[in-house]
Design a protein around this ligand. Structure first.
Ligand code: SF4
Length: 458
C-alpha cells in the first residue's frame, strides 16, 4: 500500500477584496438621482425610456443633476461643453452610475462631461483624424487598411457620445468647435460597400461599427448581416457597440433587436462563419447587475462578446482599477480583448496617458488571471499603422515622450510616431515642445534611434 504524503497546503484563504469583482451594483440605484426618484424598475429598464430621457444638451444635463452639484461645477461644465469636439448625449443609466458626491473625480463623469478647469491644450503634433482613416477609405463608409479586414461604418450616431471618441471628426452632430464630415449613412448608400467587399476576395473579416450598431434598426442588422454572410470569402463579422456599457437594458427590453442579432449569429454558425459582438467598457463601475442580466441573455443565446478598453487618466490608469475591470468583465462572460493607449484626439488631452503607463499596468495585469482573458495593450499608431503591441516600439524616449513604431504587414518601410501628453513630461521638456524647430529635432532624433528618417514617416 502506498502511503500518501500530507498534501501541500494550497493558497491561503482569499481576502474579501479579491471578491470585489463579484459585487455588482444592484437594486434601484438610479433613484438616488432626484430626477429618477420616482422611476420604477420596469420604466428604468425600458430602452425606449432610456433613449427618450437621455440628455442631449448641456442645459438638459444641468436640469437633471440640479441639486446634486454646486453652481461652480455647472459653470465649469458649461464652459467645458463650449470647447468640446463631441456633442452631448448621456443615458440615465450612466447619469445614475456617476457618484455625484465627487463629480470632479468620478471616472464616468470624466468620460462624458467635459470641464473647462481640466482642459489642456492639444499636443502640437496632434491632427484631426489622427488614424488617417479617410486616406484608407475606398468608398464612403468603409475603411480598408489591413489586407484581410475592413471597417464598415453604417451609422453616424451612438446611444451616448464619448468625449474621447477617435472618430469625433465624423460622429454625432456638429458642435461649437467641429463641423462633422458627412458620410452616406442610409441603407441606400450601403450597396457600394457590399460591392467593394464582394470584389475583394482577400477580405475575410468585417467590423460593423459606426457610430454604434445599437442604433441600427433590427431590419438593418438583418440586412447587413445577410448581405455579408452571402459573400463567400467573408468568414468573420463583428458588430461593434458600446451599448452594453451605457444602456445594457436594451438587451432585456428590445427583443426584436436581440432576435435580429442572434439570427445573424445563428445563420453564420450554420454556415461556418463567426459573428460576434465587440463592446467597450472602460471602468468597473459601468458593469452592474443589469449588465450581468443582459450578458446572461446573450451568453445563453450563443452570442460571444469581446471588450476593448481605452486607457484614460483618472478613469482606469492604475493597475488596481484595470485589474478589477478585467476580472469583472470575465465574471459576466465578456472577453477582455484590447486595452488601447488613448488615440491623439483633439480636446481631450486631460484624458491621455503615456505609453509608459500602459507598460506599467500591463505588467501587473498579466498573470492575475488566465492568459486568454488578459487583454493585449496596444497603441494604434497615428498615421495608419494600426494596432501595435505596446512593447513593440522601435524606440521610446520617455523624456520627450516620442515613441516610434513600424507596421511591416500594414505599411512596410513606413514609420509612425506617438506622442505622450505634454502634461506627463518634465516642465523643461514641455518648454521644448513650444518651439517648432526643437519639435522637429526631437522627432528626427527619435527616428534616427529607430533606424528611420523623416522622409519615411507615414
Ligand atoms: S460610442 Fe464609440 S463611436 Fe460612439 S462616441 Fe463613443 S467611442 Fe465614439
Amino acid at each position: 500500500m502506498i502511503e500518501l504524503e500530507t498534501p501541500p497546503p494550497g493558497q491561503p484563504p482569499a481576502s474579501p477584496a479579491s471578491f470585489e469583482h463579484r459585487r455588482l451594483r444592484d437594486g434601484t440605484f438610479w433613484q438616488t438621482v432626484p430626477r429618477y426618484a420616482g422611476v420604477d424598475e420596469a420604466t428604468f429598464l425600458d430602452h425606449v425610456w432610456q433613449g427618450r430621457n437621455s440628455v442631449k444638451t448641456p442645459e438638459e444635463l444641468f436640469a437633471t443633476i440640479e441639486g446634486l452639484v454646486d453652481e461652480t461645477f455647472i459653470a465649469d461644465a458649461r464652459e467645458g461643453f463650449e470647447l468640446a469636439p463631441m456633442a452631448v448625449r448621456v443615458s440615465p443609466y450612466l447619469i445614475a452610475a456617476i457618484d455625484w458626491s465627487q463629480p470632479y473625480n468620478d471616472p464616468i463623469r470624466r468620460q462624458f462631461i467635459p470641464l473647462r478647469s481640466t482642459a489642456r491644450s492639444d499636443h502640437p503634433r496632434l491632427t484631426f483624424d489622427s488614424l488617417h482613416e479617410q486616406q484608407d477609405s475606398p468608398v464612403p463608409g468603409l475603411i480598408h487598411r489591413y489586407a484581410d479586414k475592413v471597417l464598415f461604418l453604417p451609422t453616424q450616431t451612438c446611444p451616448v457620445y464619448c468625449r474621447f471618441c477617435t472618430r469625433s471628426y465624423v460622429i454625432g452632430p456638429d458642435t461649437e468647435s467641429v463641423d462633422k464630415l458627412a458620410l452616406g449613412k442610409t441603407p441606400d448608400a450601403w450597396g457600394p460597400v457590399f460591392d467593394y467587399i464582394a470584389a475583394h476576395p482577400e477580405i475575410e473579416d468585417v467590423v460593423i461599427s459606426g457610430g454604434d450598431t445599437y442604433q441600427l434598426a433590427p431590419k438593418n442588422i438583418t440586412l447587413i448581416g445577410n448581405a455579408l454572410l452571402a459573400i463567400p470569402h467573408v468568414r468573420r463579422m463583428r458588430f461593434a457597440t458600446k451599448g452594453l456599457a451605457v444602456m445594457p437594458m436594451k438587451i432585456l427590453t428590445d427583443p426584436a433587436w436581440v432576435d435580429a442579432l442572434v439570427g445573424v449569429v445563428d445563420r453564420g454558425r450554420a454556415i461556418g462563419k463567426e459573428v460576434v459582438v465587440h463592446t467597450h467598457f472602460n471602468h468597473p463601475n459601468e458593469i452592474t447587475a443589469i449588465t450581468a442580466r443582459a450578458m446572461a441573455v446573450l451568453f445563453e443565446r450563443g452570442v460571444y462578446v469581446r471588450n476593448q478598453t481605452v486607457l484614460m487618466r483618472g478613469v482606469n490608469d492604475d493597475a488596481a482599477t484595470m485589474l478589477l475591470l478585467v476580472k469583472r468583465l470575465e465574471y459576466v462572460n465578456i472577453h477582455p480583448y484590447y486595452v488601447y493607449v488613448h488615440d491623439l484626439v483633439s480636446g481631450v488631452e486631460d484624458l491621455r496617458t503615456s505609453v509608459q503607463t500602459a507598460l506599467d499596468i500591463e505588467k501587473t495585469v498579466r498573470g492575475a488571471t488566465a492568459g486568454y482573458n488578459t487583454p493585449t495593450f496596444v497603441c494604434d499608431a497615428p498615421g495608419g499603422g494600426g494596432k501595435r503591441d505596446v512593447h513593440s516600439f522601435e524606440w521610446y524616449d520617455r523624456e520627450t515622450g516620442v515613441s516610434v513604431w513600424t507596421a511591416p504587414s500594414v505599411k512596410p518601410g513606413k514609420y509612425f510616431l506617438y506622442f505622450d501628453p505634454l502634461n506627463a513630461l518634465e516642465p523643461r521638456m514641455q518648454a521644448r515642445w513650444a518651439v517648432p524647430e526643437l519639435q522637429d529635432r526631437m522627432i528626427a532624433d527619435a527616428l534616427a534611434h529607430a533606424g528611420g528618417t523623416v522622409a519615411a514617416l507615414a
